[in-house]
Every structure is written in C-alpha cells, then in structure tokens.
Design a protein. Structure first.
Length: 173
C-alpha cells in the first residue's frame, strides 16, 4: 500500500512539473532571456527606420514603403514584362551603404542573373524586383533585416547595414 501511494504521489509531482521551466544554478528561463533581446532588437529596428526616413527626406525622394519595411521608387519606366517569383532576372546594379560607400557594382562584377525568390541574394532585392518590369530602373532602400542582417557579408557589408540598391532590370526569362 505504501508503495502504491508513493508511486501515485511521484507520478503527480512528475506530471505537474512537466509544464514548468526548471531553473538550475540560478539560470533564467528562456522567456526571461529572450524578452530583453527582443526589446533591444525592436529599438534597433526603430532607430534604423528613423535613419532611413531621414535619409529619404533629405533627398526629397518619393518612395513607396512596403509592409516589410522595404522602400522603393521606380525612377525610369521600362516597357517589358513584369518580374515575378520563379523567373530568372538579369540586372545591372550598384549596392552602397547609407553613407554612400559603394560595396558592389555591375560595372566591376558584371550583370547579375538570379532566380527571383530562390537564389542567394538579399530578400529585399527579391521583393523589390517584383515591383519592376523589364527596362525599369529603381532605387531600393533595404533595411538590414532584409539585407545581410546582424553579421554582414564578411566582406564589404558590415553588420546591421542599411543598403541602397540601384537596379536596372534588363532581362527576364
């Protein structure tokens, strides 16, 4: 009888503890660790967006802001097909930092061909190109979280860098 009661009590303690976060040696729960990081990230995103808005205002650019935070403007209209996910796009480009430092350009590296929505380019470029048609020239302002993020590209783009991308969509396949 004692064994049965002890088993029931042990099982009750085990099952009631399963839904709780166990803290050992003074360690915090995941929630306590994540919340300050999330708040700091929100502050960083807000500061970056304010910086982007000021940049646009100083230049008096008329840009569209998408739901993701990408800003774009078509400054030369083409007459070709609309770009869509799944198509191959060929572009001439210039990628620079918000301070004007040029990182990459098709004048040095040649035009870039990539599969829209699939290939390894910034997600902001994948999104931005879908607002273009062949022949369009556009400026994209890509927040860091749609570009190279917290790490940069380990080459010319530093961590948390906002990118200014000048794109000319020359071909779709």
């Amino acid at each position: 009888m004692k064994f049965g009661s002890l088993s029931v009590i042990s099982l009750y303690i085990l099952f009631s503890a399963c839904g709780q976060t166990i803290q050992r040696n003074g360690q915090s729960s995941n929630k306590e660790l994540k919340e300050p990081l999330i708040e700091e990230n929100k502050k960083q995103v807000k500061a970056e967006n304010q910086s982007i808005d000021q940049f646009i205002e100083r230049r008096k650019w008329e840009m569209v802001e998408t739901g993701t935070g990408l800003r774009y403007m078509i400054y030369q209209n083409g007459f070709g097909l609309n770009a869509e996910t799944g198509m191959y796009a060929t572009v001439n480009y210039e990628i620079s930092l918000i301070d004007g430092t040029i990182c990459y350009t098709s004048l040095e590296n040649g035009p870039r061909r990539f599969l829209i929505g699939k290939d390894n380019v910034e997600s902001g470029i994948h999104e931005g190109i879908t607002y273009m048609k062949v022949g369009d020239k556009a400026k994209l302002i890509i927040p860091s979280y749609l570009a190279q993020g917290l790490v940069g590209d380990q080459n010319k783009i530093p961590p948390r860098a906002t990118l200014i991308v000048d794109l000319h969509l020359t071909r779709l396949e």
